[in-house]
Design a protein around this ligand. Structure first.
Ligand SMILES: Nc1ncnc2c1ncn2[C@@H]1O[C@H](COP(=O)(O)O)[C@@H](O)[C@H]1O
Ligand SMILES: O=P(O)(O)OC[C@H]1O[C@](O)(COP(=O)(O)O)[C@@H](O)[C@@H]1O
Ligand SMILES: [Mg+2]
Length: 454
């Protein structure tokens, strides 16, 4: 599968940023609890702030994420808080972040045939974090040029920095009298959402060249819509940017390529609904994690099912939710990544067999296991490391529950495929694992479709 994937060319847009990463230590978490007070933190968790405006919002959402062990992302809207973060935490490293940034570097690491990456802002510091070989589209003398991305930076473009808090399974701390033990390794993302970095779009001069870009690739992976704002100070709004985003997809698809959207957490319910209802029906494939499937169902009017997924993590609920999302938003294939399994839901008439779909999921989890083990994938041989990671200890349980779900649910009109994940017990890093899975599954899906059409 790796060779077939490496024979493909792909385009990715829109979000890339610098991730400033903190590997959380229990004493740092305990220090935060001691200085903000357990009662105040509990009260804030109940309130469940959806934006970080002051430090207590951050502390409450972080402690909640640690308690559940779920991957979460919360927008930071108060620019003043940069100072508080920088004074409170010591960053362990800086690397490229954002779905488009991570995916571009992953594909370049695998030496995929051609990687074109586009991000509306490209300051020098960001351009330098992209891997060699990645091309950036620019318009020169009225023509499309693909430049090495490191040479394409623009002076004066704003730099976006997100903070990532990596936490590890088994970490213990006390919230008042309550002893909390983190149930899973994961990451908590503080996503910067200031107006200057929130225009997720293709520059007007480049948009007419999207069909030409589409003709040079086999597929496109788009993400970053979560960075939009409902309103901008110049009178523009999310509807304006979503209309442009829809135009982009239509133009790329003139070349009859498959388009995948990698979904990411959108805390604002209005924006979440706008993004899924505008964008998903235009694309072929969508990827998301377990929390995101519940968030989407909740805005589509399936609150009970969303709550069940959040609370119990049952496979049958995720399958039911996935079938609803696929049908309501009418696209080709949904891929869901959870800690213990990956899942595809597609229509019965999908040309790929269930065995082929399972192979594609296995490719995705193997790639993620390689990244979790090594921290990054810098060369094609790194994939082999993933093959050495065993499937997780709940694999038999996952298979059993899937068989049960098949008996309970009406699934005749769909192909539903579930494979257990290869889980690294002590991952070097977890940020970007979802993007890695989705890149692996989407590229292998295209490669398998190509085989069928030969
Ligand atoms: N330690 C891990 N080893 C392998 N794969 C992992 C590990 N931890 C998480 N994963 C996978 O990554 C996704 C996370 O997706 P996000 O979109 O980044 O939330 C998780 O569901 C696992 O499938
Ligand atoms: O929502 P934003 O601000 O574009 O940022 C997305 C964030 O998600 C990531 O792309 C990681 O995503 P996953 O962990 O879900 O794979 C980070 O690198 C980045 O900071
Ligand atoms: Mg993700």
């Amino acid at each position: 599968m790796l060779d077939e994937v490496r024979g493909l060319s792909a385009y990715t847009a829109y979000n890339a940023n610098v991730d400033a990463i903190v590997n959380l230590k229990p004493e740092v978490v305990q220090g935060l609890i001691d200085s903000f007070g357990a009662d105040e933190i509990r009260r804030k968790i109940e309130e469940y702030p959806r934006r970080i405006e002051e430090p207590i919002d951050f502390v409450a959402r972080l402690i909640h994420a640690l308690k559940t062990g779920k991957p979460m992302a919360v927008p930071l809207v108060n620019e003043e808080m940069h100072r508080w973060f920088d004074e409170t935490f010591k960053y362990d490293m800086e690397r490229i972040g954002g779905q488009a940034g991570i995916i571009a570097n992953l594909m370049a690491g695998l030496r995929v045939k051609k990687v074109i990456a586009y991000t509306p802002f490209l300051p020098k510091r960001l351009a330098e974090l992209f891997r060699e070989g990645i091309l950036y589209p620019v318009v020169e003398d009225g023509e499309l040029k693909l430049k090495p991305i490191q040479e394409a930076y623009r002076e004066g473009d704003p730099l976006k920095v997100n903070r990532i808090f990596e936490f590890r399974k088994g970490m213990k701390f006390k919230l008042g009298e309550e002893v909390i033990e983190v149930p899973h390794s994961g990451r908590f993302i503080v996503s910067s959402r200031f107006e200057s970095i929130s225009r997720i779009e293709t520059r007007d001069e480049l948009r007419p060249f999207l069909p030409e870009i589409g003709r040079q690739v086999d597929g496109a992976i788009l993400s970053g819509y979560q960075g939009l704002r409902l309103q901008y100070s110049d009178g523009k709004d999310a509807n304006y940017y979503l209309r442009k985003a829809k135009e982009d997809i239509i133009l790329l698809k003139e070349a009859d390529i498959k388009v995948h959207v990698e979904f990411a957490s959108i805390q604002d319910r209005k924006l979440r609904k706008k993004v899924v209802t505008n964008i998903f029906p235009l694309v072929d494939s969508v990827g998301m994690d377990e929390a995101e499937i519940a968030y989407i169902l909740s805005v589509l009017g399936y609150r009970d099912l969303a709550d069940r997924i959040f609370t119990y993590n049952r496979i049958e609920d995720a399958i039911l939710g996935g079938m609803i999302i696929l049908d309501e938003l009418n696209f080709e294939i949904l891929q869901v990544h959870t800690i213990y399994y990956l899942m595809y839901i597609t229509h019965r008439d999908n040309p790929l067999s269930e065995e082929e779909l399972a192979k594609s999921l296995e490719f995705g989890t193997t790639l993620a296991a390689a990244r979790a083990s090594l921290g990054d994938i810098t060369k094609p041989e790194d994939y082999e490391v993933g093959l050495k990671v065993p499937f997780n200890e709940r694999s038999d349980y996952v298979k059993l529950r899937f068989e049960e779900a098949k008996r309970k649910l009406r699934m005749r009109e769909y192909k539903v495929v579930v494979v257990p994940t290869r889980l690294v017990p002590n991952p070097v890093s977890t940020v970007g694992l979802g993007d890695t899975i989705s890149t692996g599954t989407f590229l292998s899906y295209i490669a398998l479709l190509k085989k069928h059409s030969k």
